[in-house]
Design a protein around this ligand. Structure first.
Ligand SMILES: NC(=O)c1ccc[n+]([C@@H]2O[C@H](COP(=O)([O-])OP(=O)(O)OC[C@H]3O[C@@H](n4cnc5c(N)ncnc54)[C@H](OP(=O)(O)O)[C@@H]3O)[C@@H](O)[C@H]2O)c1
Length: 337
């Protein structure tokens, strides 16, 4: 089968290390689905994995953890899907990625694709919606039945992939008052288009901008950017008994005592935790993606695709990596067969 990856003997860290490869077809085992890939999207994790020091196991490294495609075969213990089903998923960071013609994923990590979306639109959603859903409704325990309606959420980094879904989920499911940060006219307009009630600029003083809108503090903060840089600002802006959730690892120890006086809760969100540790509840990702698909098909969640390349090949993937690596993409970049 065709795949795009980094050859086993190559130690370049740049996007130019991605080349077209010809590999043996994988075989579905246990609860695996063998999926014919129709579209993939690129995330910051692809850039981090591409740049990481490779294990010298003699195997090419295949990246890609956002996929949409059609099931062509199933392992002997599968119960959730059958050949012909359309699925979308992020999969597992410890298995080969989806930048390939055929790909294996544990069925408990896959959802039934929205019927109203193209493969490209569906491939943009899994990582962003799993991270957004888990952060809002599992880590911060925001109610998904409207019980927290009217409470406030600040999303730092609103226009990126995760922010684009988190704003929408917080509005449509959580019924929250959503404040998003974005620094450019285009990214600010995008956040408003997705439903943000207020957009402030993370290049300026966040507290001053919130105060200008008569907001002294917020109930929840979702930080999708530099945790170290925003930590003290978040400690200032969070309400007593509030909750902060961060997705990006810190580079130095965090001053957690700044949260103590207001009894603020702090969580990390890692959407690969379930697959990495094969947690007993990893089937929750199947359920979350199915719920996301229902929201899409009910017209409550919009596509977040901003850039689509025709053709899943090394030339296009290198360009997509360059866009994501620049750190200022709006929505998602996808490649479609
Ligand atoms: N832990 C997890 O499970 C998990 C899952 C997914 C992603 N992540 C991580 O979360 C981060 C965000 O992911 P993503 O896919 O949303 O990224 P992304 O799409 O690459 O984010 C791009 C956005 O970041 C914004 N941005 C740039 N500099 C910023 C700053 N200093 N402060 C606030 N926003 C800034 C830009 O907005 P402007 O152009 O308006 O400045 C741009 O729209 C990445 O580090 C990623 O690795 C973690």
């Amino acid at each position: 089968m065709k795949a795009i990856g980094i050859p086993a003997d190559l130690y370049s860290h740049g996007a130019d290390s991605l080349v077209d490869l010809d590999l043996a077809c994988p075989v579905a085992g246990a609860r695996d689905l063998l999926v014919r890939i129709e579209a993939v999207s690129v995330n910051p994790i692809d850039i981090k994995m591409r740049s990481a020091r490779p294990h010298r196991d003699g195997q090419p490294r295949i990246l890609g953890w956002d996929a949409a495609g059609t099931v062509v075969d199933v392992g002997p213990q599968t119960t959730l899907f059958a050949p012909g089903d359309r699925v979308f998923y992020a999969g597992s960071i410890v298995r080969p990625g989806c930048n390939a013609e055929l790909h294996l994923v544990d069925e408990r990590l896959a959802g039934a694709m929205p019927t109203s979306m193209s493969f490209a639109e569906a491939a943009a959603l899994p990582v962003a919606s799993l991270a957004g859903w888990e952060a809002l409704f599992e880590r911060m325990h925001i109610s998904d039945d409207g019980s927290d309606a009217g409470k406030s959420l600040l999303v730092i980094g609103g226009a990126g992939g995760v922010g684009s879904v988190a704003i929408q989920l917080a509005k449509t499911v959580g019924q929250l008052h959503v404040i998003a940060t974005a620094s450019r006219l285009q990214s600010q307009a995008w956040c408003r288009h997705l439903g943000a009630d207020l957009v402030v600029d993370h290049r300026g003083d966040l507290a001053a901008q919130l105060h200008a809108s008569e907001i002294r503090a917020v109930d929840f903060i979702l930080c999708l950017s530099d945790t170290d840089r925003y930590f003290s600002t978040m400690a200032t802006l969070i309400k007593p008994h509030g909750h902060i959730c961060c997705l990006v690892e810190s580079m130095s120890p965090l001053p957690m005592n700044e949260l103590r006086g207001k009894s603020v809760s702090f969580s990390w969100e890692g959407m690969f935790t379930r697959s990495l540790h094969a947690t007993p509840d990893m089937i929750e990702q199947h359920r979350i993606l199915n719920r996301v698909a229902e929201l899409v098909d009910a017209g409550r969640l919009r596509s977040i695709v901003k850039e689509c390349f025709a053709g899943v090949n090394a030339t296009n993937l290198r360009q997509a990596h360059a866009l994501v690596e620049a750190g200022n993409t709006i929505g998602k970049v996808v490649l479609e067969t």
